[in-house]
Design a protein around this ligand. Structure first.
Ligand SMILES: Cc1cc2nc3c(=O)[nH]c(=O)nc-3n(C[C@H](O)[C@H](O)[C@H](O)COP(=O)(O)O)c2cc1C
Length: 199
């Protein structure tokens, strides 16, 4: 993938650390030219609970622990942002973590927020859409919505970390999960654990 242009959405499911690791990995990746970042209103509460980062001011800088060089943030209410149009040449979208509410909005084509609209556009343009859903257990509505989204072309990429790489802490677990997501969209990362790489 050349000079990739990726959209990353954080929603109000548990796993804000995964969104943070994703944004950091993409900022550090020379193959990536532009990252469009959208945080749902409800993700702010989870970010505060799980990462101890409160307030919407300078959220991106706080998540990256520095000044962004290629990442731009949009309000989830800004349905006029570039990524709301299929004419904008995006290479794909990752929703990480993806709440059951956002999954439902995407599965039913509501397009009533920038996240839901950008996902809708990603599907209609047949571009990669990865929904990193997180909930447990699933009810039948969640399962049906996952099937609907998958039938429309989304990849359901549940937040289920691996254990066979023996992660030493939650940060390493999050990083390795993010590396798997990025490998899936053609951005394999140095440091990604590979099972029996020499076989
Ligand atoms: C600490 C915390 C953890 C949550 N974890 C989840 C979760 O894992 N999955 C989920 O679907 N919703 C979870 N929720 C509920 C969502 O935030 C809530 O349904 C919200 O309306 C989702 O909105 P959004 O999709 O616009 O971000 C959590 C809420 C809080 C406060």
């Amino acid at each position: 993938m050349e000079a990739a242009n990726i959209t990353v959405a954080l929603t109000g499911a548990s796993g804000a650390i995964l969104g943070r690791e994703m944004l950091r990995a993409l900022e550090a990746d020379d193959r990536v030219a532009r990252v469009h970042f959208v945080a749902s209103e409800n993700s702010l509460r989870v970010i505060a609970e799980e990462l101890g980062l409160s307030g919407r001011n300078n959220l991106l800088e706080k998540l990256l622990d520095g000044t962004p060089t290629k990442t731009v943030q949009h309000s989830d209410t800004d349905i006029g942002a570039a990524i709301a149009s299929g004419s904008y040449p995006s290479d794909g979208m990752i929703v990480l973590p993806c709440s059951m509410g956002t999954l439902a909005a995407i599965a039913h084509g509501l397009a009533n927020s920038l996240i839901a609209r950008a996902a809708d556009v990603t599907l209609k343009e047949r571009r990669p859409l990865l929904l990193c859903v997180r909930e447990t257990p699933f009810n039948r509505i969640h399962l049906r919505n996952m099937a609907l989204a998958a039938e429309a072309g989304a990849v359901i990429f549940p937040v289920i970390p691996a254990f066979y790489n023996r992660p030493i802490d939650s940060a390493e677990m999050a990083r390795q999960f993010v590396f798997r997501v990025l490998a899936h969209i053609g951005l394999p990362q140095p440091g990604a654990y590979v099972w029996k790489p020499d076989e």
